[in-house]
Design a protein around this ligand. Structure first.
Ligand SMILES: Cc1cc2nc3c(=O)[nH]c(=O)nc-3n(C[C@H](O)[C@H](O)[C@H](O)COP(=O)(O)O)c2cc1C
Ligand SMILES: [Fe+2]
Ligand SMILES: [Fe+2]
Length: 417
């Protein structure tokens, strides 16, 4: 889909929908596609903010040409040097030789790494708070180091109160016609914004909190990110999501149960935990077989909910190979502010539960609930009772209340025996 859409009278969305790429950054699945958003500002001095991924341009250059209507392109602002936004820098410099590429000091260092032949006289460095005067529009810049690269910055249009936030507030998901949040059902994009955040930006919570503090002084009428839909209906809600995610504050009450199982024993334990949680009143329960569902969706739901059960079969003295990458990513991101329950299966000297326990030990911000439950082979009745007790503890924690002692899954024979 290659169209222009008006953001305001003088600003157009000129991004592209990418429904072809299988995996973002070559590892995160894109079942609903992705957009690379780019914006054109029509003014005395013309300006494009963020470019698009190399190879996805379609008629991107024609659309710029049409909007220019015979004029020169004066500025290309590169808020972030990742190739999904900087891929077309060089084509644009060739098409518009007088155009200045605008970025910060670190942007230039990165341009040098990506493209050895860049003519540095075409680069214009800006600093925090500096004004770029286009005529009617006065743009300024807010550095956002490590949200999610060192050179990341946002551009703010002080005239129309628009924040061009780049990857911050971006979501996966191609645009299906409506470009603004008030033109569509936003549920899909909110979920895909969380998946984007948790998998790509999740390690940099402190830096995100700092960026939000900085942006909170601005009057923002539109957030125009570099991926996904544009936000204008409820800006505060979108910022609140990010503020919470940066601090690992969950969006809703609920529990994720993720497991890895070869023969189904660990899986049975997971199913029992899910049923028990439901009996104890937990309404959002997400059960994931790590062998089946891509880790990025599981990680996204781990951000969404406060409770987490991780279960693993034992595999060569370690956790199951499909659980391991999830643990290592969460460890790398310094997961905190979660209640964690541990379970697993083994036959000889174990390894699965032990691996999850050492993962938990490495994360001081995690509260482990009860004792880890490790079963040898097929779970027995007493194992299901132990699982029920663990589920009860988790339910108490996430619902912040005592669970009625009359409520039991095993005693009334509804447990998973
Ligand atoms: C390749 C492979 C490696 C295994 N390594 C271990 C191990 O290191 N320690 C252990 O106690 N059991 C090990 N087992 C046995 C399983 O962990 C055990 O059968 C367990 O009950 C399977 O649970 P599941 O049904 O959830 O897959 C291994 C099994 C396989 C197939
Ligand atoms: Fe990026
Ligand atoms: Fe991006």
């Amino acid at each position: 889909m290659y169209f222009c859409a008006k953001v305001t009278d003088l600003i157009s969305w000129i991004g592209v929908n990418d429904r072809r790429t299988e995996r973002f950054e070559n590892y995160l699945p894109l079942p609903e596609g992705v957009t690379y958003n780019s914006y054109f500002i029509d003014d005395t001095r013309t300006c494009v903010i963020d470019a698009v991924e190399f190879g996805t341009e379609g008629n991107y250059f024609d659309r710029i040409e049409n909007l220019l209507n015979g004029r020169q392109l004066d500025f290309l602002i590169i808020n972030h040097m990742e190739p999904d936004h900087s891929g077309s820098i060089f084509d644009l410099t060739k098409l518009y030789p007088a155009m200045k590429v605008v970025g910060n000091k670190k942007t230039l260092e990165m341009i040098r790494c990506f493209h050895h032949k860049f003519d540095e006289s075409k680069f214009m460095a800006v600093t925090e708070g500096e004004i770029l005067d286009l005529g009617h529009h006065k743009l300024t810049f807010a550095m956002m180091p490590m949200v999610h690269w060192p050179e990341s910055m946002a551009t703010y249009d002080t005239t129309e109160k628009i924040l061009f936030s780049n990857d911050a507030f971006g979501s996966f998901g191609a645009i299906d016609g409506g470009i603004f949040d008030d033109e569509i059902d936003v549920t899909k994009y909110e979920d895909e914004m969380r998946r984007y955040y948790s998998n790509i930006v999740g390690k940099f919570g402190i830096q995100v909190s700092n960026a939000i503090k900085k942006l909170s002084t601005l009057e923002i009428k539109y957030i125009c990110p570099s991926h996904g839909i544009l936000w204008r209906k409820d800006i505060a809600r979108v910022i609140q999501f990010f503020d919470n995610w940066a601090k690992f504050i969950p969006d809703e009450e609920g529990v994720v149960i993720v497991y890895g199982s070869m023969y189904g024993n660990t899986a049975r334990m997971a199913e029992a935990l899910a049923r028990d949680l439901s009996i104890f009143g937990v309404r959002n329960i997400k059960v994931y077989d790590a062998s089946k569902v891509d880790a990025s969706f599981i990680i996204s739901d781990i951000w969404k909910y406060k409770g987490l059960f991780i279960g693993s079969t034992s595999h060569n003295n370690a956790v199951f190979p499909k659980i391991d990458p999830i643990l290592s990513k969460l460890q790398n991101y310094g997961l905190k502010n979660k209640f964690l329950g541990i379970f697993g299966n083994m036959l000889w000297s174990g390894g699965g539960v032990r691996g999850i326990q050492s993962f938990a030990d490495s994360l001081p911000g995690i509260e482990v609930i009860g004792e880890a439950i490790e079963v040898k082979g097929a779970p027995r009745r007493e194992d299901f009772i132990r699982l029920e007790n663990l589920a009860r503890k988790m339910a108490c924690k996430v619902l912040c209340k005592e669970i009625d002692s009359e409520l039991t899954a095993c005693a009334n024979n509804s447990c998973s025996l």
